[in-house]
Design a protein around this ligand. Structure first.
Ligand SMILES: NC(=O)C1=CN([C@@H]2O[C@H](COP(=O)(O)OP(=O)(O)OC[C@H]3O[C@@H](n4cnc5c(N)ncnc54)[C@H](O)[C@@H]3O)[C@@H](O)[C@H]2O)C=CC1
Ligand SMILES: CCCCCC(=O)/C=C/C=C\C/C=C\C/C=C\CCCC(=O)O
Length: 318
């Protein structure tokens, strides 16, 4: 059971990047096809956003130079690693998270590392339409638009199952709909790409976590439907989902407590972790670059495990 007691300071390394391959695998379920705004902010929210006053042009020739990204759940774990990948490739990044104190500290560190004017922290709970909307508006005011959204914030708590649905699924839907309002080319937006963090549990069942599994299957289905919707409608927005296996983060600690009434299945979960192995946050986050930059990727579900990356092929239901 010691496996669950690891904290973020005790991450397992599993450097298998050189062995990673791309394969198509079959899972039950059809393959997905393949503006700027200025509004006044609620003053109380304004005080929750922190950004520097100067900017850097060190990023001129990078893959994401000139692009602005929003990452939810950006302060820790996979979201933090995604933020770094986006910054390393030239994007400016708005970090949205409920953890304000660590968010501000992180933003200061990122500004030192990647240059002034590259980040913005906004305290925002993805359960709140008001806070989420205000963060998008602040990002647009600060950086001039939004090109990339990573809907990443998520929790694992089978006891608080309604909250799990509200954050993991409703938060992704809310963020996607807000991004469509900002990015839609038919409404004056400049198009863009959305990456929704699902899980391997969005492709197959994690028996100890039925509600978590349901939310992640929901994220995969919603992503594929919105990708097809956008393509058919001509909105100029791509939507993809990233499906990591087990990743060493805070979410992956104290699992028996998170399983609540299903905690008797903790040992079975340990066996699955031992069978599948774990990966690091950077091994997961590096894969967003392809989903963001490759214009052919829309409605994809990309599974990332110690075995490598796999674009999932779903059976056609047409
Ligand atoms: N750790 C794992 O094994 C895996 C995680 N995932 C998914 O990856 C995503 C990120 O998870 P981790 O990095 O592991 O988690 P984590 O617990 O390390 O980080 C989650 C971040 O989201 C923030 N957050 C939580 N609730 C929020 C809310 N309501 N609004 C805004 N921010 C909020 C937290 O403050 C934290 O910064 C989640 O959607 C999770 O389900 C997917 C597959 C595996
Ligand atoms: C209990 C920790 C949960 C961590 C969060 C998460 O999303 C990780 C999920 C990783 C993998 C398990 C998910 C689903 C299992 C689906 C298929 C397993 C097939 C196993 C096999 O026997 O081959």
């Amino acid at each position: 059971m010691g496996i669950w007691r690891r904290t973020k300071h005790e991450t397992m390394t599993n450097n298998n990047e050189q062995n990673q391959q791309t394969r198509a695998v079959d899972f039950p379920g059809g393959r997905g096809q393949s503006r700027s705004r200025q509004t006044s902010l609620d003053p109380s929210f304004e005080s929750s956003c922190r950004h520097p006053s100067t900017s850097s042009d060190r990023t001129a020739d990078m893959a994401l130079s000139g692009k602005t990204a929003v990452v939810t759940g950006a302060v820790m774990g996979i979201g933090r690693a995604m933020t770094e990948v986006l910054l390393q490739n030239g994007a400016k990044v708005a970090l949205l998270d409920v953890n304000e104190s660590e968010g501000k500290t992180l933003m200061e560190a990122l500004e030192k590392q990647y240059g002034q004017g590259r980040t913005l922290f906004c305290k925002a709970d993805v359960q709140s339409e008001e806070q989420f909307k205000a963060a998008f508006e602040k990002t647009t005011e600060t950086f001039g638009g939004i090109d990339i959204l990573c809907n990443n914030a998520g929790i694992l708590n089978e006891g608080l199952w309604e909250k799990t649905v509200a954050i993991n699924l409703m938060g992704v839907i809310r963020g996607t709909y807000l991004a469509f309002e900002h990015m839609n080319k038919l409404k004056g937006g400049r198009g863009g790409v959305i990456i929704n963090t699902a899980s391997m549990a969005g492709l197959g069942p994690l028996p100890s976590c039925p509600v978590y599994t349901a939310t992640k299957h929901g994220v995969v289905g919603f992503t594929r439907a919105m990708a097809a919707n956008s393509a058919l409608s001509g909105y100029g927005i791509r939507v993809n989902t990233l499906c990591p296996g087990f990743v060493q983060t805070e979410l992956f600690t104290e699992i028996p407590a998170r399983l609540a009434q299903h905690s008797h299945l903790a040992d079975a979960t340990v066996q699955l972790v031992e069978k599948l192995g774990t990966i690091t946050v950077s091994e997961v986050a590096q894969h967003i670059l392809e989903l963001v930059t490759d214009e052919t990727k829309n409605g994809e579900a990309l599974l990332v495990t110690p075995a490598g990356k796999q674009y999932i092929t779903f059976p056609s239901v047409a």
